[in-house]
Design a protein. Sequence first.
Length: 964
Amino acid sequence: MTVTDQVGGVVISWGSSNLPDGSGEGPPLSQLGWEGAYLRLENGATEPGAVKPLFEVIAATAAFRPDGPLPIAIARFQYEVSQDHGPVETREAFFACGLLHDQWGLAQPAYRGHTVPFLVSEHFVLSNMGAPDAVELDPGDGGGFRAVQMGTPLVVTYGAGAGSAQVAVRCQYGTDIRLANFTLTLSAQPAAPVPDEAWPLKAENGNSGTAWVYHAHGASAISRPLIMVEGFPGGHPPDYLYDVLDQQGTAIALRDAGRDIVVVGLDQGMDLVQRNADVLVECIREAIKRTSQPLLVGGMSMGGLISRYALMAMEARGEQHNTDTFLSIDTPHAGTYTTLGAQWFVHTYLPMLPALAGYAALLDSPANQQFDIYWVHDGAVQTSPLREELVRDLAALGDYPKKPRLLAISSGRGDGARTAPAGAQTLAWSGEPWITAELHTLADGAAGVIGQGSWYQANPPELPSLSFDAGVAWEGAPGGQEPYNGQVAAIAAGVGCGSVVHAYDSTCTVPTVSALDLKQDPFTPVPAPGSGASPFADYAFSSDNEEHLTITPQVSAWLLGALGATVDGWNPATFNPHDLAFLADPYPTYIRFREHFPIYPVPLYATDWMFRYEDCQTVLTAKDVWIKNSPIGSAPAYGPYGAMANFPEGLFASDPPLHTQLREILEPMFNIVIQSAPGLARQFAGPLLATAKQHGRMELIQDYALPLPSSVLFALLGIPNDPGVWSGLITWQAAIAAAHDITQTPAVRGTGATCSMALNSFFEGMQLANDAKPTEGLFAQICDAFAKAGLSPQEVQMCAIDFLVAGYLSTTFIIGTGVRNLLLNPDQMSALRKDPSLVGNALEEMLRMDGPVQVIDRYAAVDTEVGGHAYPKGSKVTAVVGSADHDPAVFPDPEAFDIERSGEAHMAFGDGIHYCIGAPLVRLVGPVAIERLINEFPNLALDGDPQWQTDPYLRAVTNLPLRF
Ligand code: HEM
């Protein structure tokens, strides 16, 4: 055949050439249908550049998110057709379609969402005949055709239930009109989130990439990042990479558990592993600049080799990589198997099918040569020298990084079961007159035919065939699958000549033994982790042979467990400190946190909770590092509290030097005044117990635990002994305590704030009365001492409020939980009855076991670090002293209530400079209160369930019925 006067440099000289012609006839195209039609034009291109390669068109879609503007690719080409040496005919092809980039896990790319901004863009006008003069779109929403401007999206909203849309595109070229139809699949699955940060990465060797950062939920700074570098051939958009990691909601669970997700894209993903490792090194350096927390570094597929190499190279240079865990997902550590039949087909048919050029470039790229165990080159099966060099380089660096814990995932089975049979036919293409191909899987332990075929234009038409003896039938090995055979079948079918029969479309590409780097026959079962057979300390594989890079539900659960993101199905991200079950018994939750997430973010309070004794102690005692007031300012005070914002701080809320000054004045005075407390306690306890006895039953809190310590405190402070005053103060105080719970209604919180202000006025009045006529008690002493020290009347009021707010209610609380614990542990109750001198020690155990103050906040005065977590100046953290006091590292058998326990001090009164000033008073009043109660009632018992208050900062029963 001779083709004269070629039109547009496209000649389709074989097979089906009835491409859509713009008459609008024929079924609407799917995206894959559009790509198939376009490939046929590409295969017919006789001049370079006549048809832009499909892979370049698809690559351009990477800039678009699957829930963003949808580019519409419009193809209009003139081409020549010559069949069976017949006359040359000129035809025109016209077809259009919305083009989405490859989306993880979706066979058919789908638009994510139901509001679609259709975009006609000159970048997606593909033609050898020029651009249209006008474009109209009928999105299939019932509104008919609408004119669209180049570059201006037409936004259309479909019903939420719609699974697809039928779209028509009408283009005008002069007086000619062309019409195309396509189907757009719509999906309710949300697209990956938009990255929070993007770090450009540039290695010294010139290779580059981008790190896309998705913050942990509730975090704004870098937090325990999981850095995963992409696999071959690079250039994937970030939302694809995120979707790979988010299979089964894995990325969401990790972000819930306080980890950032960082996906690293490579600009030269087909380049050598060693060179792209330098790009990842840049990312690790960027992460280390931002956080001192340990990193988790790894990669998907080839990315696992890149990260393995990068970490080893850093170790070899003595450079810190600060990585405590390495993770590879279906990485060909011992090589990948790319179906030899497909390789042979691509190379052998390339001269006749130019569209195979992109595929051939992938196969021959340096990276592919490095990880493929068998590379078809120059018509023979080889091991590339580049692979040999990589294997040598990895070995020279020590094979695996030494510092991190090594974790691996395989997408294949672990039972050694064979998938595709050895020597089986995967493709039989009998095209007429002479286009044929026949492909087979690898034979088992023998030479077998891999590929043979013919092409009528070739000279001779019989093409060079390929036979090979690999020894092992890798294609049927268990492992992550790739549809190489299916792709070849689709290419053959696309030629439109003859019949194509195909089987075993997806076969093994990353054998399980390679993903786990096991030096064993791929057809034998994988040993359990820890056997020493694999360099990986722990690993998981799928229960079936899944598509390469698949993370199954079981593997996801394993990964989350291995990374400490769930514990026996418990996800810490679901932790709600206001959950009623947690408030009733927080200790099992504390155990889980202490063991698995000793420091964990609690977004509701914008703070990290610290569950271990050591970390709590650090925060409470490092007085120059952890302070009460944020050095960068705090949010405005809630509601009416705002009116008090300019009052000075009292003892509780101040930092040195004011705190030091206040404490030095108050503490000695307080310690003298409280000496009368035991007598007062005995005096008040008698009538309360007598009244209860008369009633025959008792509600511990209202009848005893509240009135007793409040009366003692009011008497010590010198508050006039007037039932109206004392009960009024108790009411206000109850309202203040209720308002501390930030989940309460505005009315409750507002009332608490107004009661604080009322308390302020009350003390102002007492102050004025003391000025007029000196009064008795601690309050009067504070007034005088503060005046002498030059402190203001407001400072007096604030400190007096501290004493009133902190001074009895927590004693009420400890009597409540303490008596309950005694009654729940009859052996301890009888030990105490037998030896009343144990009561002081019993009080300490009550405080350790079930202390009234569970959590204490602090702010970082400077940039600092606790437990491997970095805290920039102004960070808020919370010492969970209720958990610290159950830390088995400090308290043996911590869940046991043992009134004879001795040893390390609990932190129920805090630690450091703010250690509770009232502790000596509690130690005087508490034992009297408990001793009097149990002496009075030898048969004391619980009489119903308690009620728990709803503020996680405090632990208290609000109601405890007792009988006796
Ligand atoms: C069982 C009873 C009590 C418990 C569990 C308790 C607990 C605590 C804790 C944990 C702190 C430290 C807070 C922090 O570091 O931010 C503290 C501080 C304080 N407590 Fe208590 N307390 C109790 C009883 C009392 C009593 C009876 C008074 C006064 C009569 C009192 C007055 C104070 C004051 C004024 C502070 C601030 C001390 C400072 O910042 O220097 N507390 N308390």
